[in-house]
Design a protein around this ligand. Structure first.
Ligand code: NAD
Ligand code: TDX
Length: 337
């Protein structure tokens, strides 16, 4: 079986490639990635001799068609996206192009050349947010789409297009909507790696607002396993929410990172809140559990320790990143906050 993994040089896509190589060594894997600021070929360096790497933009119809003609994929898993909410607030247009147009270009190629499954990697952010005073509420697959940021709006638009291609053209699609991931190879602009990197450098830890926002954290390998199960046993035309009931307030995560690294909480600095900041995300994972038997395997206490150890053991990976384009992004985003 040939699987195209778009965005495979990013955080979750690379972890998914490692997962496939370990659990399905007979699959042929083609990684299609533009290598934006968020994509790093060095992440895949240890497996480049076992996969095909194609540097391409998912919005480039000609290139995507060439890759389909040459590789003849059976399955495509679309991780490629602009993924950072703060960057989407700065520059929405790129998000619309990559996340919406890019998804349609990929699906058009699937229609033209045929595919057994097009899987769209979606996010719980498409459901908007939940109030802090209603801990009884969770996102189900039936929760209406109700987005807050240009990022989540572009992901919701992509999901709607995926379902439209299923209904109109009969494209065999599936969608997963996962909560916040953490683990190795996450780009240091995101909460957990940013706080680890800053704490190690004794730099301020910028917590937005009062740090009371809640996210539902899942170890990245558990997400990869869920997608693999959906590809094998999930029903075509269906949406599956992925999450492990692990809600945490941002401030508690940052304090935990300080504790694990032996750094003082006085590094914590409350800065101007994110515009349109979602309060709480919380997934109801009953559908994927009852239909596919999926349950998360990594407890947060263990996953966060593993993640911190990974960032300590792999300083060269992220130090290279924080010295490049990221530096000017960081200045723009945090200097006057
Ligand atoms: P990431 O930003 O780490 O990686 C994105 C990858 O896509 C990079 O390798 C980048 O080079 C590539 N890419 C970007 N634009 C491209 C284009 N036009 N053509 C080809 N490749 C392109 O993102 P991530 O955190 O790994 O997220 C992967 C997917 O999972 C995204 O679709 C995101 O919306 C979704 N998701 C992420 C999370 C999370 O917590 N990180 C949670 C739920 C869903
Ligand atoms: O410096 C920071 N300070 C801070 O308080 C950063 C970067 C974040 N935060 C807060 C904002 C959020 O409440 O931490 C929380 C997590 O922020 P991010 O890591 O930016 O993630 P989030 O906005 O929740 O979105 C993530 O999860 C869903 C991914 O980036 C998305 O791609 C995914 O769809």
């Amino acid at each position: 079986m040939t699987v195209i993994v778009t965005g495979g040089a990013g955080f979750i896509g690379s972890n998914f490639i490692f997962y496939l190589l370990k659990n399905h060594p007979d699959h042929k894997i083609v990684c299609l990635d533009k290598l934006t600021y968020a994509g790093n070929l060095s992440t895949l360096s240890s497996v480049l001799d076992r996969i095909v790497f194609e540097k391409a933009d998912i919005c480039d119809r000609k290139e995507v068609e060439r890759i389909f003609e040459e590789q003849k994929p059976d399955v495509l898993v679309n991780f490629a996206a602009e993924s950072h909410v703060d960057r989407s607030i700065e520059d929405p247009e790129l998000f619309l192009k990559t996340n919406i147009i890019g998804t349609s270009v990929l699906m058009d190629a699937c229609r033209k050349y045929g595919i057994k499954r097009f899987h769209q990697v979606g996010t719980d952010e498409v459901y908007g947010d939940l109030p802090l005073d209603r801990p009884d509420l969770f996102f189900t697959e039936e929760t209406p789409l109700h987005t807050s940021s240009p990022y989540s709006s572009s992901k919701a638009a992509a999901d709607l297009l995926v379902m439209a291609y299923h209904r109109t053209y009969g494209l065999p699609v599936s969608i997963s909507r996962c909560s916040n991931n953490y683990g190795p190879y996450q780009f240091p602009e995101k909460l957990i790696p940013l706080m680890i990197a800053n704490a190690l450098a004794d730099k301020a830890l910028p917590v937005y607002g009062e740090g009371l926002n809640v996210r539902d954290w899942l170890y990245v390998e558990d997400h990869c396993k869920a997608i693999d199960l959906i590809l094998q046993k999930g029903r075509v035309g269906e949406v599956y929410n992925i999450g492990g009931h692990n809600e945490m307030r941002n401030i508690d995560i940052v304090k935990l990172i300080c504790k694990e690294l032996g750094k003082p909480e006085s590094l914590i600095t409350f800065v101007k809140d994110r515009q349109g900041h979602d309060m709480r995300y919380a997934i109801d994972p009953r559908k994927i559990h009852s239909e596919l038997g999926w349950l998360p395997e990594t407890r947060f206490e263990d996953g966060i320790k593993k993640t911190i150890k990974w960032y300590l053991d792999n300083k060269e990976w992220w130090q290279e990143i924080v010295s490049g384009e990221y530096q000017s992004y960081y200045e723009r985003m945090y200097a006057k906050r």
